[in-house]
Design a protein around this ligand. Structure first.
Ligand code: WTA
Length: 651
């Protein structure tokens, strides 16, 4: 493990930068007197009714509840737009950089004033289409301003949005539409990414043929590329036509702090993706506070988070956190390597980006291209860098620090999850000297702890499973439609504690080092996938009898997908069939789920009760056949030998 420590460079601090002593004082107050602390923090939000009840939480099953600011009333879109109009009306809210750098007329600056008009017009249109408080709306959109507008328009009228990443397949989209019973879908004719077109509208058409999706009454279609797409009347309507002529103001819905704001589907160890539900008051308080503190936000910042709005990072740190803070937030439609691998830095120079927040997988991929594409651009405007989504290896951290940041920008390595709504563990750039590879210290109100397999709390420097002992306002409140699953998934493994699913080490300075998932979730390029989802896609193929999927180390993606597949008796195992199965998984879930390795398995290692021993498969996939451990409890130990012999991921 790297021993380097990087304090913030001299001259980094601004007038409001959080110092070490301020962090320590506020952190102590936040855990010793959470009610007083969060009542104070709630003042950053414009409430229609200020909450008098701050926190009401129990993680025990018998009286389980998580409630924050429960008698408060507010509207998130008002907090992200209206309240800024007087002082910041002309400030750029959304800075849109299109996929193609040579189509400058496609890039746009959307001021807070303009954003207000766009959101109100769409909100009025949605109301006119019969969408109201509590109704679900699915968004399947490219990274264009309309995606943020649609989220905020839902928030304005109290509709609950469910954003589905544009890279997901029609089947994955259909499952998510059906699960939450969406009344309306907003999509685009096509998305543009790295010069390639993604047929979003056609995917929606496919999805809406699947069972369970006839809840959808209306599909609004944004024109992005202008490609001809079939419109099915009266279901399909052009977005532009529907918003045209709508009034530029729209009465915001009064929302209770605990009313739902959005659902976002994420993968877990078992079963179908879960609809993670976030509510209104706690979420926006937490997203805006973390965004301001962790990124040391300043008035003139041009802030760029490269995440897609289809993931939680896009929700909290492209849209809600920055806009609640009246920041300028850049939305990038493209990819890091188009038209060349200097694109990120070209965009930084073009828009004078000051804060840049991306994923380790992108950093590793760009590092492989060498320093020249970075050095070609000045990057002088940058003052702070961030990472999120997966552990960052110290080599990539150092490259990011030295080459991208010219050793003048602190790096905040932010650990959090879809379920947590906002950042839970991260260095504050001035207060916490950074150790490459460590996410540093807990944010205000966050009480991380490490436990061993039996749930015993570990003291001091230790290695264990990461749990959280108390709630924070941004915590998810339930799994949409299945509250018991919420309790079973997160609060049963270690009763009375929230279990993150991550392994972690705490060092002698109290810094946390996340080591990765300890459950059956794999993290591919920062995207979460359940091994069970990939397995069920594989066994849905008519020639497949059985499949087991595990993660394996991957130089760029962090983790890759390694599938063991048993074919039906008599089915020849050919290279053509292998390619067909990889393509099948892409089609069933989406390109991010394509297996990197697919090994034919005449049999899978099982216990005598028929349970697949994944521990053994993981070691085979890691190319560590000498660490298989005890195989004597297997029903047929001979299977392992042949799997080891034929393994694919040799280093
Ligand atoms: C992993 C993304 C190490 C972790 C915001 C977590 C990280 C999962 C980090 C959540 C980090 C996220 N260091 N690991 N800085 N950030 N992770 O729900 O395993 O897409 O449990 O949320 O990503 O992924 P999710």
């Amino acid at each position: 493990m790297s021993q380097a420590i990087h304090p913030a460079p001299k001259g980094f601090a601004g007038p409001n930068t959080i110092t070490k002593s301020r962090y320590e004082d506020d952190y102590s107050e936040s855990v010793e007197h959470p009610e007083a602390f969060w009542a104070r923090m709630a003042q950053r939000i414009d409430w229609m009714r200020f909450p008098t009840k701050i926190k009401d939480v129990s993680f025990r099953e018998e009286d389980f509840r998580i409630r924050w600011f429960e008698d408060g009333e507010l509207n998130v879109s008002v907090n992200c737009i209206d309240r800024h109009l007087e002082k910041h009306g002309d400030k750029t809210a959304l800075l849109f950089e299109a996929d193609d750098p040579d189509a400058p007329d496609e890039s746009r600056h959307v001021s807070y004033h303009a954003l207000h008009g766009m959101v109100c017009r769409l909100a009025n249109a949605l109301r006119g289409l019969g969408v109201g408080k509590g109704d679900r709306v699915t968004l399947y959109l490219p990274m264009i301003p309309e995606a943020a507008v649609a989220m905020l328009a839902c928030a304005r009228i109290g509709a609950v949005h469910s954003v589905v990443f544009g890279g997901f397949s029609p089947d994955a989209l259909a499952g998510r539409i059906a699960d939450c019973g969406s009344k309306l879908v907003i999509t685009a004719d096509e998305a543009l990414r790295g010069g390639r077109r993604v047929p979003l509208k056609a995917n929606v058409d496919e999805a809406l043929k699947r069972p369970g999706t006839n809840c959808v009454e209306t599909v609004l279609v944004v024109k992005r590329t202008g490609a001809p797409v079939p419109m099915q009347m009266p279901r399909d309507r052009w977005y532009e036509t529907v918003v045209a002529g709508q009034p530029e103001t729209c009465e915001p819905e009064r929302m209770n702090a605990e009313d739902p704001l959005f659902i976002l589907y994420t993968s877990g160890s078992t079963g179908k993706p879960k609809g993670v539900l976030h509510t209104t008051g706690g979420y926006i308080t937490y997203a805006s506070l973390t965004h301001e503190c962790v990124f040391d936000l300043r008035e003139d910042d041009v802030y760029w988070c490269t995440a897609d709005v289809g993931w939680v990072t896009g929700h909290s740190y492209v849209v809600y956190g920055p806009l609640a803070n009246a920041a300028t937030t850049l939305m990038f439609e493209g990819v890091p390597n188009y038209p060349d691998t200097g694109r990120f830095w070209q965009v930084c120079d073009k828009h004078k980006v000051t804060i840049f927040y991306t994923a380790p997988t992108a950093i590793r991929a760009l590092m492989r291209e060498g320093d020249a594409p970075v050095r070609k651009h000045s990057r002088h405007s940058l003052r702070l860098l961030g990472t999120v989504g997966e552990p960052i290896n110290p080599e990539a951290w150092e490259w990011y620090y030295k080459v991208v940041g010219d050793s003048r920008c602190p790096i905040v390595d932010t650990w959090w999850q879809t379920e947590t709504g906002g950042i839970l563990i991260a260095p504050l750039p001035q207060a916490t000297p950074q150790k490459p590879g460590s996410a540093g210290e807990p944010f205000y109100g966050v009480r991380p702890a490490l436990v061993d397999a039996e749930g015993r709390l570990l003291d001091g420097p230790a290695d264990g499973n990461l749990v959280l002992l108390d709630s924070w306002p941004g915590q998810m409140r339930t799994v949409f439609g299945d509250h018991q699953r919420f309790i079973d998934t997160y609060f049963k493994t270690y009763p009375g504690m929230y279990f993150t699913g991550d392994g972690c080490r705490r060092d002698e300075d109290g810094y946390y080092w996340i080591t990765g998932r300890v459950d059956d979730v794999i993290n591919v390029s920062g995207h979460r996938l359940g091994t069970a989802e990939v397995e069920s896609a594989l066994v849905a193929h008519p020639k497949v009898a059985e499949a087991a999927v595990v993660g394996c180390p991957h130089e760029i993606k962090g983790q890759g997908i390694y599938a063991f597949v048993t074919l039906n008796a008599g089915e020849p195992a050919t290279d053509d069939l292998r390619a067909e199965l990889v393509g099948w998984v892409r089609k069933e879930i989406g390109p991010i789920a394509s297996p990197d390795h697919l090994q034919w398995a005449p049999g899978l290692p099982k216990t005598r009760s028929g349970k697949i021993m994944r521990r053994i498969l993981r070691k085979i996939a890691e190319d560590a056949p000498d660490q298989l451990g005890d195989t004597s409890t297997l029903a047929d130990p001979g299977v392992v030998e042949s799997l080891v012999r034929e393994r694919l991921n040799r280093t």
